[in-house]
Ligand binder design. Structure first.
Ligand SMILES: [Zn+2]
Length: 55
């Protein structure tokens, strides 16, 4: 029973997770970044994420 609740909670976490852009860092291969990130939050490498929201 507790296992089922935990599973449901984890599912909710995935669904409501804040939007992250998928872009692989050249240095450490981290794939999730803030949409407006300039540097990788793990290693500080300069990212060049294509800005989809540009007008
Ligand atoms: Zn990195």
């Amino acid at each position: 029973m507790i296992c089922g609740v935990t599973l449901l909670f984890r599912l909710a976490q995935v669904v409501f997770r804040p939007y992250k852009v998928r872009f692989t860092c050249d240095a450490c291969e981290l794939q999730r970044h803030e949409p407006d990130a300039v540097h990788c939050k793990a290693c500080g490498n300069l990212l060049n994420i294509p800005d989809e929201g540009a007008d």
